[in-house]
Design a protein around this ligand. Structure first.
Ligand code: ATP
Length: 240
């Protein structure tokens, strides 16, 4: 990588535990993401993927463990401060505000940040630029996902966390979403992608972690996981 200062991992998660009352959703999960890489956490419904993402992005407080971003401990840093620091989440289910315009939704992405990148988002997603004054609820599911990703990119993050971006979308639209995710990585932003659609996610990723019942049961270079029959048969039944 030319010009960039290469240090340790951008994100490091150590022995993370998340509980909801007596439910142990995440048990001692550790993983990391190197600068500029695309790391994916795959697993079935209920495996604990969203809980991990929400703990990293400051939306929920972990029971135990340590999370560091660019070498700083962020285990208890609230979400809005993390956005300012360059760590942004694209939430599950997109969370678009349908009655607000596309432009207003994008403005919300810049709310906690001095780095306003709406112009760049419009360049990347012309369909959003053309319809900027329309209610976001008028967009298709795929376009709303692009808006959710665009809203995160407004803050020009150095780490972006994507929670199930392919959920509920037609296969052709899923292709487009994955193209965008690859482009984000190619532009130098570190990506942590959480997906039930394990095959697609591993095909796009550098490194993969397979999650089952709140624990990491396999990890390694994504291509190796995809080529491992035991992993494929036991855990990667979902997705095309
Ligand atoms: P999904 O794809 O359905 O979002 P996931 O892998 O992201 O699944 P989580 O949403 O993190 O999994 O859920 C992990 C476990 O924690 C599940 O058993 C779930 O039922 C439980 N859980 C999640 N949120 C809560 C909550 N608010 N209260 C109680 N239990 C919860």
């Amino acid at each position: 990588m030319t010009g960039s200062v290469r240090q340790g991992p951008v994100l490091s998660v150590e022995q993370l535990r998340v509980t909801y009352g007596r439910v142990e959703a995440v048990r001692e999960v550790s993983f990391e993401a190197d600068s500029g890489s695309l790391v994916t956490l795959v697993g079935a419904n209920g495996a604990g993927k969203s809980s991990i993402i929400n703990a990293i992005s400051g939306i929920l407080r972990p029971r135990a463990g340590r999370i560091t971003f660019e070498g700083k401990d962020i285990t208890r840093t609230p979400a809005h401060r993390l956005v300012r620091a360059g760590l942004v989440q694209v939430p599950e289910g997109r969370q678009i505000l349908g009655t607000l315009t596309i432009q207003e939704n994008l403005q919300l992405g810049g709310w906690h940040s001095e780095r306003g990148g709406i112009g760049e988002v419009y360049e990347r997603f012309p369909v959003l630029a053309e319809r900027r004054d329309l209610p976001a609820g008028s967009l298709s599911g795929g376009e709303q996902q692009m808006l959710a990703i665009g809203r995160a990119l407004v803050a020009r993050p150095r780490l972006i966390l994507l929670d199930e971006p392919s959920m509920g979308l037609a296969p052709q639209i899923v292709d487009e979403v994955f193209d965008v995710i690859r482009e984000i990585r190619a532009s130098g932003t570190t990506v942590v992608l959480v997906e039930q659609n394990a095959r697609r996610a591993l095909a796009a990723a550098d490194h993969g972690y397979v999650l089952a019942s709140g624990e990491i049961v396999h990890h390694g270079p994504a291509a190796e996981l995809l080529a491992d029959d035991r992993v494929v048969q036991a855990y990667l039944g979902v997705g095309t």
